[in-house]
Write a protein of this length. Structure first.
Length: 370
């Protein structure tokens, strides 16, 4: 059900020429919003290293290591070639669950193919200082087409160590989200080496891709594991309206483009709002907020946010905080940040880090006000 709660929060803009900002008063906490680091070319994804540093991808194809005080490295070498056009480029980054032992990381990206085509792919590699080695593509979409849109590209590991990968319908192939013989518009689940888990829903179906976990998605740019249930939560962009949050379950069909709460850009009906056998969203937005990045907040640092879901908004420059009752959104707060939010991550100390999708992209830090 669509939440009827929308709360106005106090907006702020970062003070010109400084890294400090006035306190941000939200419903549950007073926070400081500071500019932690800047000078990134459309940063897309952030992952914390065990020593307090972080990895940040830039869509143009650069991976950087950022120190605990905000200094960014020279580009990490060994990154796979990307087709950085439109929405494509270097996308998600995530650490292996055993990173402390194996130094493995995973990158999603738009992989160039033949004749100006591209596809979503995921590579694993070993991080050695400021270089990647042993780079190996462990997943690539079966289809490569000439499109600059809807790559998906978010990554998360399940508690059991399987890797979930999100994809999109590539814009021009929306009907393929309903087809099981390809990877467009799907949640993918593979093992850390790219092999297929034996309990995936389509491993016994010769007409379906065995990597598929769920289907009928448009463009998934958020995925997170629920801290209590271990379930895989996702969000996806709708067309004009109809952005969705779902709990991705094996073999379930989430309806795109047969059902949606959105419409064609400029107007026009797409499918219908509901249909037997197709999953309804847990939550949806009309108008669209253009969601990107998503995480559960589990730290004690920000009082009242425990087990809330945090979602970035590209369209409105907001951080959206969702309170949950089971698998229902019981309350929504929109916190004005003032820049396109591409990713949302929680640091080990409980601070919330945001990536802004700009030519001069920034890492912003939300922490309890002093």
């Amino acid at each position: 059900m669509k939440s009827t709660f929308t709360t106005l929060a106090v907006g702020l803009m970062l003070l010109s020429g400084t890294t400090q900002a006035a306190p941000l008063v939200t419903e549950k906490a007073k926070l400081d919003l500071t500019e932690f680091s800047q000078g990134y070319n459309h940063p897309w994804s952030l992952a914390f290293l065990p020593d307090g540093r972080m990895l940040v991808t830039e869509r143009a194809g650069t991976l950087r290591i950022v120190s605990s005080t905000g200094e960014k490295s020279e580009p990490v070498t060994g990154v796979p070639a990307v087709k950085a056009v439109g929405q494509g480029g270097l996308l998600g980054v995530i650490l292996d669950p055993d990173f402390a032992k194996n130094q493995q990381i995973y990158l999603s990206f738009s992989e160039p193919a033949d004749n100006d085509t591209s596809r979503t792919a995921v590579a694993k590699a070993k991080l050695n200082g400021n270089a990647l080695s042993d780079v190996k593509v462990i997943f690539r979409q079966a289809e490569a087409i000439n499109s600059q849109y809807h790559y998906g590209g978010r990554l998360v590991f399940s508690p059991k160590g399987e890797l979930f990968i999100t994809t999109g319908d590539r814009g021009s192939r929306r009907d393929d989200a309903q087809k099981l013989d390809g990877h467009f518009g799907k949640v993918i689940r593979v093992n850390s080496d790219g092999s297929v888990p034996k309990d995936n829903p389509y491993t016994g179906d010769a007409s379906a891709k065995p990597e598929i976990w769920s289907y009928g998605h448009r463009n998934l740019q958020g995925v997170a594991i629920h801290p209590e249930t271990g379930a895989t939560w996702t969000h996806e962009h709708g067309p004009q309206g109809g952005d969705e949050i779902n709990v991705a379950q094996p073999g379930k069909n989430y309806g795109w483009p047969l059902i949606t709460y959105g419409e064609e850009y400029g107007g026009g009906v797409i499918g219908q709002k509901s249909k037997a056998g197709l999953e309804q969203p847990l939550h949806y937005w009309v108008p669209s907020i253009a969601p990107s990045g998503m995480t559960f907040y589990t730290q004690p640092a920000i009082a009242g946010w425990q087990n809330n879901l945090l979602v970035g908004s590209l369209k409105f420059g907001q951080l959206v905080r969702l309170e949950l009752t089971g698998e229902k959104v019981s309350h929504e707060e929109r916190i004005r940040i003032g820049a396109r939010i591409r990713d949302v991550q929680v640091a080990p100390d409980g601070a919330v880090y945001l990536l802004t999708d700009e030519d001069n992209g920034k890492i912003l830090k939300l922490s309890p006000a002093n």
